[in-house]
Every structure is written in structure tokens, then in C-alpha cells.
Design a protein around this ligand. Structure first.
Ligand code: WT7
Length: 684
């Protein structure tokens, strides 16, 4: 793992998302990077704009600053109170936290709880059955509304259907679905019966799906014929057929939602239409409590090696922290708010803040299937106006895209319902933060920038909108009950005004419980860099006020539009192409997507470089191996790659090239002419 001190590299990445130079938006590496690098560093220390909550907002806020003091006094007791107040337990727990065998934590030991019961049945029992749970907006404009009572029935039907196909507690279910209500229904049905869901983002390829199905040994796959993308049908089922074409998997059944009506190949005996199985099942199903530490889901995420990690989450702690943060960070008033998180269920945000937390908290939410520009660039604002969305949770990459499209578009819609704005997935640059505040938030909705990861399960660093005076660009403060720090190379806490590595010093309820099937990798990846601390992989700074600024990854993980991909994963995909001898991939600063994938490729001696055609062929190859989201934006064919004497590729130098900077210190190169050779070949 390359872990450079988050000095120049991380800060350059941060500067790159600065977005002050519109010219770089077209994807050309900005030419003025060196100057901006220094500026960004200075700006981080001297941001003195502050936006305190209005008195009115603060007076109505669901949590106050008292939570910080309570959690500081006794962290496990604070979380135990949240667990008991936010969830209905079938059996109370006897111990808040067991940390006797770190890094393996147990939260709410001895407790029994059912996630689906907490998300659904209990609201119906409490007289809220008629409250809308989901307003679904399909890309073609079809809509569906589910009340809590209706959603409860659908989940019970799905639970019965899955059980009738032999899925039992502890079995794994792979989910490959678009953003439709059946995705939420499937996840909750799994949770209800104690099956472990493993969602694979619909943008991943058949190969990626296959490796995840095989690693988790899934018994059932739930998919759809397809979805819609920018007005056109887009297939999903063929990837499932491909993934299951080879023997050696454990899948017995495939349930297929009919979504876009496109034709599908049918495997008699294995495939079942959703409407024939779930549709025909009974609405009678009793939920039983599962152990607090019962596995809830696996979600694969990119690490620093080629093989994605199956991040494992369990039940009681995960539900508690997702519910607490959703309520506190968005100031949720479930009786009046309409909440919309734009994340896809294929990512952790779509698990924690679409499927679980909002429903546990009894919220009304919007779910949208399509892209922001379909059929026109005002679609999101139209949806906000239509449903009177009051809390919007999205990613900086989307905000920067809207900035490019111009403020005239949102100006055509009534966005007055908005009262809280959330950001997640990557650092939000102050310019985008201000635009979000002014143009979308009408200059008064607090912005909550939320830092967390697939591994943390729930938000970890964020302002509390009724308490914190927010600061453009900074996630600011660890949430109550969360012990975050920034440390130096030796693991010593850095003083205010300094940078280092982001760590978590104490266990937290929603923390990952491991990597599926690989406890050693869990220890090595997160718990070995610093003693007794969780290493997040991010660089960070404490400013003069002690507020935390996230500076991007310090390892070989890239963040493309808030989606995580590893450089090595894409390199492996490239070298699996017969024309490629060697490849090196870097994430280069990009003003819209945060980072963009740039690949440097050496072709084999016998391969013919056909220029653009070769590049296109290689991009498609990566798309086929991993998925369209992993296609490099730029592929540069080069004669050599910069390597140290021990043969390690110096990605730092390639990043300099990709970002149009002068190449930094190259003295450790085995061959110091390599960078000139690369420069010369790129001029051609
Ligand atoms: C990585 C985790 C958290 C759900 C979506 C991404 C980056 C995430 C922020 C933020 C700066 C952020 C980090 C982190 N990240 N949120 N608010 N500010 N960086 O989950 O795919 O597991 O990626 O995303 O680098 O390590 P993920």
C-alpha cells in the first residue's frame, strides 16, 4: 500500500476539486495546478465564513449540543440510550459494548431485534399505517406511492416468497436491481428473515457480479429485466445470466422484476417472475428478533488491491447509528418532512440512508430511478417542487454538474420547501458548498457535509444543523459518541493547523464487523497502520478552530463521482487485455467528478497501436471487466512507466503528468529518463 503523507498529493487532489476554474471542467488537465495547490492549502486554514443556524431553526431542532456532553461522559451509555429509544427490541440487551477482543466489537450484547419490524410493522401498529413511506418516481415518469401499511405488506410477501424458495436465516441473497421500490422491499425482506443481502450496483459488469456472487456464496439472486437510462431501456438480466453461466456457484433461484418490459432469456426452473412469486405470496408473516450481532448485509467495496472486500455489517449497532445520525444530522421531523436521498441502493448510502434509517425513523421519502438530466436538466428540481422535498441528501459531483448547467435551471422551480441540505461521498469544495447554499437552499437551509465510509456504516463527521455554525468545505465535527482524530506518521494526535491521517480511536455502533471470509485482511487493512486505532485511508487536517477538513484518500483508492474504485483493480483489468503489457492508473483531479481515471498503458511489442481505436477498445474492455463506471476517462499509450529501483510504479509522478503539473522529485527512479520519454510520447 502506498501511503504518502497527505501533504502535496492529497492536497493537490483537494485543490483539484476546487472547481474555481471552469475551463478544466471539460476534462482537460488544468494547466495552472501548481499555483492552485498552494492556494488551496492556505484557504483551508483561513476559511472564516460561518453560517450559524437561525434562532428559529435551533429552537425546533430535534437534538441539541447536550448530546456531545452526554456521549463524552459515557460513550457506550449514550449509544445504549439511543438503541433503546430509536429501536423496539424483542429482547433487551445486557451490555452496550463488548470490546474484549479488538478489533472485533460486539454492540448491544444479548439483544434481539428485527430490522424490518422496526422499519415497518411497528409504525403500522402505532397508527402510522397511512403515512407515505415512499414516493417513487420512475425515469419515464410513472409514479407509485407506498404507505407504511402497503410497504409492510409487500415486504411480508417477499419474505414469504424468499422462504418458499428455500432461503433461510444466514443465507446470502445477491441483489442486482435498479432504483425501484422492489430494491428496498428485497433488502427489508432479507433482513426480516435473517438472510444476508449483498447488493451489487447495477453499473457493475457480469464479471464483477459473478465474483461477488461466488465470494458470498449466494443462494438467490434478485434482479430485473432492466431499467431506463436517459429515456432508453437498459438491460440487467443478461448480466445475471452471464454471471451464472459457469458452474461453481451456489445460486438456485433468480427472481426477476418486470420493470422495462424488454425481452429476457429464461432459465426454466431457476428463473421466476417477481409478480408470480412475491406477487402471489401471503401478506401474513411474523417477524422474529435476530441477535444484535446477526449479519445484516455484505457490501463489496474497492480496496487497495484488485480484489474487492466484502464489508460485513450486523444488526443492532448498525440500525442504531444509522437511525440516530439520520434524525440528528438532518434534523428529521418525520411528521412533516419529505426526505430525498439521491443515492443508488447499490452503494452504502442507499443502504443506510434510503433503506434503513428513513424507514426506522418513520420518514416519508422520495425515490427516483433515473439520471438528473432525463428528460431535461430540471428533473430533480421538478421532483422537489412536486413532492415538497424538505431534506435533500446528494453528492458534490452532482452539485458541480448543476453549477455547470447554470442556476437558471433550478430558478425555474419552487424550492422553498427545502430546509436542510446534505452532502456526501467526497470533499465538497467551498465554491460548490456556497452555490448549494445560495441557489438550492435559498441562503438559509443549513448544509451538512457528512463524512463516512462503507466501512463505518453510518455518518461519523458532520455538523448538527441546529447547533453547529457551518463552514463551507469542512465536515467539521465528529458526531456525538464518535471519537475521530487526525494523527501523524507515528500515530500522535496533530495540533490544530496541521494535517495527517484520519483515524477513529474508539469502536462505534455501525462499524464493520469484518471482511467477509477474511479476518486477517480486516486486521491488516484497518487496524495495523496505527496501534489500537481504525485507519480510514483518508488524509485530513485540523484547522485553527479544530474543525476537520477531509483531503482525499492517501492510498490507492480513487473517488470518481463519490464512487470508490481502486487503481490496482483497473490496472488488472487493463493488463488482462491481450494488447497490454503494463498499466498504471491514477486518479487525476477533475472539477466535476472530483477525480477522473487516467491510465498509462504500455502496449505489447506485437500489438499495433491504432490510436483512438486502441484507446476505445481498452476503455470498453475495462467496462466489460468491471463496469461502465470504471472506464478510464483518458488512456495514454506510453513507452515506459516510472519505477523505483525496487520496481514499484511511482504513481505520484504519473499523477503530476495527468494533472498537467511539472513533474515532482523523480530522483528515486531506476531510469531517470523515463519521465522525458513519457512527456515526448504524449506530445506526439
Ligand atoms: C470514502 C468512502 C460515505 C458514503 C459514500 C462513499 C470519501 C465520503 C466524504 C465527505 C470528504 C468523503 C472518503 C472516504 N468521502 N464522504 N463528506 N468528505 N470525503 O462511501 O464508497 O465507502 O467511500 O469517500 O475518501 O474514505 P465509500
Amino acid at each position: 500500500m502506498s501511503q504518502e503523507m497527505p501533504g502535496s498529493a492529497a492536497i493537490a487532489a483537494r485543490a483539484g476539486s476546487g472547481g474555481t476554474h471552469a475551463d478544466a471542467a471539460a476534462g482537460q488537465a488544468p494547466s495552472d495546478q501548481p499555483a492552485r495547490q498552494g492556494d488551496a492549502f492556505e484557504n483551508l486554514l483561513h476559511e472564516d465564513r460561518r453560517f450559524p443556524p437561525s434562532e428559529e431553526f435551533a429552537a425546533r431542532a430535534v437534538v441539541t449540543g447536550a448530546d456531545y456532553a452526554e456521549a463524552d461522559a459515557d460513550r457506550p451509555a449514550f449509544w445504549a440510550r439511543q438503541a433503546r429509544e430509536l429501536l423496539t427490541w424483542d429482547q433487551d440487551f445486557t451490555q452496550a459494548l463488548d470490546w474484549s477482543t479488538p478489533p472485533f466489537a460486539k454492540w448491544f450484547v444479548g439483544g434481539k431485534v428485527n430490522a424490518a419490524y422496526n422499519a415497518l410493522d411497528r409504525h403500522v401498529e402505532n397508527g402510522l399505517g397511512d403515512r407515505v413511506a415512499i414516493y417513487f418516481e420512475g425515469e419515464p415518469g410513472d409514479t407509485r406511492t407506498y404507505t407504511y401499511a402497503q410497504l409492510t405488506d409487500e415486504v411480508k410477501k417477499a419474505a414469504n416468497a424468499f422462504e418458499s424458495l428455500g432461503v433461510a436465516k444466514g443465507d446470502r441473497v445477491a441483489v442486482y436491481l435498479p432504483m425501484i421500490p422492489e430494491a428496498v422491499i428485497t433488502l427489508l425482506a432479507c433482513a426480516r428473515i435473517g438472510a444476508v443481502h449483498s447488493v451489487v450496483f447495477g453499473g457493475f459488469s457480469a464479471d464483477a457480479l459473478r465474483s461477488r456472487i461466488e465470494d458470498a456464496e449466494a443462494k438467490l439472486v434478485v434482479t430485473a429485466d432492466g431499467t431506463y437510462r436517459r429515456g432508453k431501456p437498459s438491460a440487467l438480466k443478461p448480466a445475471v445470466d452471464d454471471a451464472l453461466a459457469r458452474d461453481g456457484h451456489t445460486v438456485r433461484n433468480v427472481i426477476v422484476v418486470k420493470r422495462n418490459g424488454q425481452g429476457v432469456d429464461w432459465h426454466e426452473g431457476r428463473d421466476h417472475w417477481w409478480e408470480d412469486t412475491v406477487g402471489a405470496a401471503s401478506t401474513q408473516h411474523t417477524a422474529v428478533g435476530h441477535d444484535s450481532e446477526h449479519p445484516l448485509f455484505i457490501l463489496y467495496t474497492s480496496g487497495t488491491t484488485g480484489k474487492p472486500k466484502g464489508i460485513l455489517h450486523t444488526t443492532g449497532g448498525y440500525l442504531t447509528q444509522t437511525a440516530y445520525t439520520h434524525r440528528a444530522v438532518f434534523d428529521l421531523h418525520p411528521e412533516t418532512d419529505v426526505y430525498w436521498c439521491t443515492a443508488d441502493v447499490g452503494w452504502v448510502t442507499g443502504h443506510s440512508y434510503v433503506t434503513y434509517a428513513p424507514l426506522i425513523n418513520g420518514a416519508t421519502q422520495v425515490m427516483y430511478e433515473g439520471t438528473p438530466d432525463s428528460p431535461h436538466q430540471g428533473r430533480w428540481w421538478e421532483i422537489i417542487e412536486k413532492y415538497k422535498v424538505s431534506i435533500l441528501y446528494t453528492a458534490p459531483t452532482a452539485i458541480r454538474t448543476f453549477m455547470k448547467w447554470g442556476k437558471d435551471i433550478p430558478a425555474k422551480y419552487d424550492l422553498a420547501s427545502i430546509r436542510v441540505l446534505g452532502s456526501v461521498g467526497e470533499p465538497i469544495n467551498p465554491e460548490a458548498w456556497m452555490w448549494y447554499r445560495e441557489v438550492i437552499g435559498g441562503n438559509n437551509a443549513p448544509i451538512v457535509d457528512t463524512w463516512w465510509q462503507t466501512e463505518t456504516g453510518a455518518q461519523m463527521i458532520a455538523p448538527l444543523p441546529g447547533v453547529t455554525a457551518t463552514k463551507p468545505g469542512s465536515a467539521q465535527t465528529p458526531l456525538p459518541g464518535i471519537a475521530v482524530d487526525v494523527v501523524d506518521e507515528q500515530g500522535q494526535s496533530v495540533p490544530n493547523g496541521s494535517g495527517g491521517y484520519l483515524v477513529i480511536r474508539e469502536p462505534w455502533p455501525a462499524m464493520l464487523r469484518g471482511i467477509w471470509g477474511d479476518p486477517q485482511r480486516f486486521k491488516d487493512t484497518y487496524w495495523s497502520r496505527f496501534e489500537n486505532m481504525y485507519f480510514a485511508g483518508d488524509g485530513a487536517k485540523k484547522d485553527d478552530d479544530g474543525d476537520i477538513w477531509l483531503l482525499g484518500r492517501v492510498d490507492d483508492v480513487m473517488n470518481i463521482s463519490g464512487h470508490r474504485l481502486s487503481t490496482t483493480e483497473i490496472e488488472s483489468a487493463l493488463v488482462s487485455h491481450p494488447a497490454v503489457a503494463e498499466a498504471a492508473v491514477v486518479g487525476a483531479a477533475d472539477t466535476t467528478t472530483g477525480q477522473a481515471i487516467v491510465a498509462f498503458v504500455i502496449l505489447r511489442g506485437d500489438a499495433v497501436d491504432t490510436g483512438d481505436a486502441t484507446v476505445q477498445e481498452l476503455r470498453n474492455h475495462v467496462g466489460h471487466e468491471i463496469g461502465p463506471i470504471a472506464k478510464p476517462k483518458t488512456i495514454l499509450i506510453v513507452p515506459e512507466l516510472p519505477k523505483t529501483r525496487s520496481g514499484k510504479i511511482m504513481r505520484r509522478l504519473l499523477k503530476d503528468v495527468a494533472e498537467g503539473r511539472d513533474v515532482g522529485d523523480a530522483t528515486t527512479l531506476a531510469d531517470n529518463t523515463v519521465m522525458q520519454q513519457i512527456a515526448a510520447s504524449l506530445k506526439k
